[in-house]
Write a protein that binds this ligand. Structure first.
Ligand code: PEP
Ligand code: MN
Length: 362
């Protein structure tokens, strides 16, 4: 779908499929106000508490396939195991998603991936609940490995104890790292599960657009106040349409701006200098390593590291840099220095050892 000349994949629909009337009315409202590319509804819901509504189950698959046919809109639901995949395919539902609770489980994810092999399915993989980019990447790889062609990554935020502002903290660095690794996998933002309440959706959606996300998954219900799950975060189709009109779709073609170009050249130059300086620093580190070896000193000199750490942080803070960033960068440089010096000690140990071995052989 195009908004102000920008392509955006819009996925909308209720959190859960509750009743025939509810999914139908919601789909009808969406088609009237803003027809999404995909209509979503959870037929099976993984819930935190045992007495919570768990979706209408198998009968809802028939409702969804009716909607698909009638409104000419692909429908999607969440699958929790390979049996669900089979049932969806039986009902001509070929867009599915893996929830945040499933994405943490490599065994279940693999079973779902195997069930999708050789099918023409679109799979949307939500980020796992835990803020671990490798876990998310591995879930995606399981589908790539069985040659599933249409894969979307859905960013729905992470469970942390830090941020009470969000239901799930966005931690934007993680989806951006994923985007760098998988440039051809569309990245979708699910602001509903990030926010947990409808009042904070707009700024999160705007952030996602500003970071060049490829699409949005937004929970929409014809009557959010009576929704049987996630009622605080759902909005009506009409509210969704109005929200989209309030967004700024910024231009991502910036090459024509001379000022920006000039500043980018300066940044490039500084990066090259940083790299040269680092390379020079590591040459000296290696010389120190050889010297330490000759002087029979340990590689790690804790006193010296503590001094470097405190001193560089102090100077960095004076320059207005953030403490957490300074800590990360100093530790990364120090770890690399230790690795290089260990290599020097190790090479020499191996040399001595092979000398001894060749003497013994002679
Ligand atoms: C959902 O999309 O309704 C859902 C349960 O999502 P998540 O797995 O992200 O919590
Ligand atoms: Mn939900």
């Amino acid at each position: 779908m195009k908004f102000q000349n920008r392509d955006l994949i819009l996925i909308a629909g209720p959190c859960s499929a509750e009743s025939y009337e509810q999914v139908w009315q919601t789909a009808e409202g969406l088609v009237k106000h803003i027809k999404p590319d995909i209509f979503r509804a959870g037929v099976w819901k993984a819930r935190t508490r045992t007495n919570f509504f768990e979706g209408a189950g198998i009968p809802a698959l028939t409702w969804l396939s009716e909607i698909q046919k009638h409104f000419q809109i692909p429908v999607a639901t969440e699958v929790h195991d390979d049996k669900h995949v089979e049932l969806c395919l039986k009902h001509q539902i070929t867009v599915m998603w893996i929830g945040a609770r499933t994405a943490v489980n490599s065994y279940t994810t693999q079973r779902i991936a195997n069930a999708l092999k050789n099918t023409d399915t679109t799979i949307m993989i939500k980020n796992p609940i835990a803020p671990d980019v490798d876990l998310w990447k591995s879930s995606i790889e399981r589908f790539l490995n069985v040659d599933v062609k249409k894969i979307y990554a859905v960013h729905r935020g992470f469970f942390t104890l830090r941020h009470r502002l969000y239901r799930n903290e966005p931690i934007w660095g993680i989806p951006l790292e994923l985007k760098r690794s998988y440039q051809n996998i569309p990245l979708i933002c699910d602001p509903s599960h990030i926010c947990g309440r409808s009042s904070c959706l707009l700024p999160i959606i705007q952030n996602a657009l500003d970071l060049e996300y490829d699409g949005l998954m937004i929970e929409t219900h014809y009557k959010p106040e009576i929704a049987l799950s996630d009622n605080m975060q759902q909005i009506t189709p009409e509210q969704l349409a109005s929200m989209i009109t309030q967004l700024s779709f910024r231009n991502n073609n910036t090459t024509e701006n001379a000022m920006l170009e000039q500043l980018r050249k300066e940044i490039d130059f500084i990066d090259y200098q940083l790299i040269q300086l680092l390379a020079h620093r590591f040459e000296i580190v290696q010389n120190i390593g050889r010297l330490k070896k000759n002087l029979n000193l340990t590689i790690l000199q804790n006193e010296r590291f503590r001094h470097i750490f405190a001193d560089r942080i102090k100077i960095g803070l004076e320059h207005g840099l953030q403490k957490i960033f300074l800590k990360q960068i100093i530790k990364a440089i120090h770890n690399e220095a230790i690795r290089l010096q260990m290599q020097i000690y190790l090479d020499e140990n191996i040399d001595n050892n092979s000398d001894t071995l060749s003497r013994q052989a002679n």
